[in-house]
Design a protein around this ligand. Structure first.
Ligand SMILES: [Zn+2]
Length: 353
């Protein structure tokens, strides 16, 4: 289980304490004379000079790689890297680079601009506020117009919103808006499709499941040996069925009723479920969570037997919590679930910071 690295880990990488030489500083007179000597020596024996340079480059590359590792945000769950930020009421944008997509776009973090697809779960500003900036930034960087999926009931309003920004800024904003509702399917790329599912928030909302398309040998051919299958294939016979395999499900904001909807079965068996746990302790009741259209972590504890996912990424904690509160609550939930439980803590403070 890899857990999101916190801000405290972004300090100078400890494994490369010699990073200082790579920081550009004016050299002292002593250093200058050393460098001049090195240069003179290099002219005398260029092979040792080149090997010194090559060592320095190697060190710098190692340092940069280490720094990247330390700076890398997000988590890797079941082979899927997921990053982003989700703070209840402030901002949610969950990015899955390998699917080129982001779920919701509360404020448009820079990393979201590279993603070709955005899935909007509800029209609250902490989930949709960054959309105009996202579309504009794609244009600014000459990236192809994005495809943005919205529930059908907000499509017209979102179109008008983008129109207003076109008018205000006198700019072209190119975007393909796709209305997609629960039960419908859209092919994003050759091997990926998306389907929305129903969630329950205080305004209309929906989640999304992304499926990979896998080929499976048709039942009637499973008794054949390898050569026979190969011959059938060469004859032009269609020997496989397309199987949809749920990879990632994202609920957005929802009450725990979502766990009981039989139509949401795929979301609860995707490899990774990304869901919300806005409230984490006794300071807010389950009733309070329900009243505001959210889930209390205590409810997830009760519904553990409904979760068949391999991993659960918890998001959307209230900003009242710090990283330690979140980790403690997640570890309590972990003891109740067989799925791996990981909290997304980017955007939260540590009580030590
Ligand atoms: Zn929210």
């Amino acid at each position: 289980m890899q857990i999101s690295l916190t801000n405290s880990a972004f300090k100078t990488p400890q494994i490369f304490p010699f990073c200082q030489p790579f920081i550009s500083q004016k050299p002292s007179t002593h250093q200058l004379s050393l460098q001049q000597n090195l240069h003179v020596n290099a002219l005398k024996g260029s092979s040792s000079y080149l090997s010194d340079i090559s060592k320095a480059i190697d060190h710098e590359e190692q340092y940069l790689q280490a720094q990247q590792k330390v700076n890398r945000k997000g988590v890797n769950l079941e082979g899927i890297t997921i990053e982003g930020v989700s703070v209840g009421g402030q901002e949610t944008c969950i990015i899955v680079p390998q699917f080129k997509c982001a779920f919701d776009i509360g404020r448009c973090p820079k990393r979201a601009i590279q993603q070709d697809f955005v899935f909007i779960t509800n029209a609250h500003l902490d989930h949709i506020g960054g959309l105009p900036l996202y579309v504009a930034s794609r244009g600014l960087y000459n990236l192809k117009p994005p495809t943005v999926f919205v529930p059908s009931w907000i499509k017209e309003d979102v179109e008008q919103l983008i129109d207003i920004y076109r008018k205000l800024g006198q700019v072209e904003l190119n975007v393909e808006l796709v209305a997609l509702d629960a039960g419908e399917t859209y092919e994003m790329q050759n091997n990926l499709v998306v389907r929305p599912f129903r969630t329950q928030h205080v305004i209309p909302s929906q989640g999304y499941v992304i499926y990979s398309i896998r080929k499976k040998l048709k039942k009637e051919y499973t008794h054949l040996n390898e050569n026979q299958v190969e011959k059938l294939k060469e004859s032009g016979e269609e020997i496989t069925d397309n199987i949809l395999s749920p990879e990632v499900a994202f609920t957005g904001d929802t009450t725990s009723d979502f766990y009981h909807d039989p139509l949401n079965a795929d979301a609860l068996k995707a490899k990774v479920l990304i869901t919300e746990a806005t409230f984490l302790d006794d300071s807010s009741s389950i009733d309070h969570a329900r009243q505001y259209g959210h889930t209390h972590i205590f409810e997830i504890m009760e519904k553990g037997n409904r979760i068949s996912n391999k991993a659960v990424l918890l998001t959307h904690f209230s900003s009242r919590y710090n990283i330690e509160d979140i980790r403690q609550a997640a570890s309590k939930l972990q003891s109740k679930l067989s799925a791996k439980v990981v909290p997304l803590t980017e955007g939260f403070k540590s009580k030590h910071s």
